[in-house]
Design a binder for this molecule. Structure first.
Ligand code: SF4
Length: 164
């Protein structure tokens, strides 16, 4: 929940949510999502990060999924991230999560707005076998573990609807 006391705090944001072309396919997200996010960020201090790029992966890259668990399991070495060729990308996503956390810590961020559905940034859901299932991405899991509140672009839309 976004409360007044965090309105002036720096926020970490998934770079693709503000319209940067860092997604696996190099495309920009739907403009409605980007507009909602930019509207929310107006007047706030934010840092846009892409954990997968920070983890050393290129754009464009093959799509990835977490196999055998969620983001926390990847951090604990109990599950793996594989791209569509079968290559193990777990270390890239762990490194990206740690770099993103380093930025959050340096900035004193206590909240992160992350793109849902991603193996790194997923806040409620990740993809498995091409379908969305409940779970956290690797960066989202590390942030939660470190006490950073996470919310998704859909949470923003829900909050907006609740406002009078
Ligand atoms: S969801 Fe996260 S990792 Fe994927 S492109 Fe967006 S910022 Fe990068």
């Amino acid at each position: 929940m976004i409360t007044e006391d965090i309105k002036n705090q720096p926020i970490i944001v998934s770079a693709c949510l503000v319209g940067l072309s860092c997604r696996y396919d190099g495309k920009v997200l739907d403009s409605n999502i980007v507009e909602t996010v930019i509207d929310f960020l107006k007047g706030r201090c934010f840092l846009a990060v892409c954990p997968e790029q920070l983890g050393g992966l290129p754009t464009e890259r093959l799509p990835m999924e977490i196999e055998g668990g969620g983001g926390a399991d990847v951090l604990d070495g109990k599950a793996r991230v594989r791209d569509s060729s079968g290559a193990d990308r777990s270390q890239n996503l762990i490194r990206g999560a740690m770099e993103a956390y380093k930025i959050a810590k340096l900035a004193g961020a206590r909240i992160a707005l992350l793109k849902d559905g991603s193996p790194s940034c997923g806040t409620h859901r990740i993809r498995r076998g091409g379908r969305r299932v409940r779970g956290l991405g690797v960066t989202a899991a590390l942030f939660r573990r470190k006490g950073i509140a996470i919310l998704s672009e859909d949470d923003l839309t829900r909050l907006k609807k609740r406002q009078p």
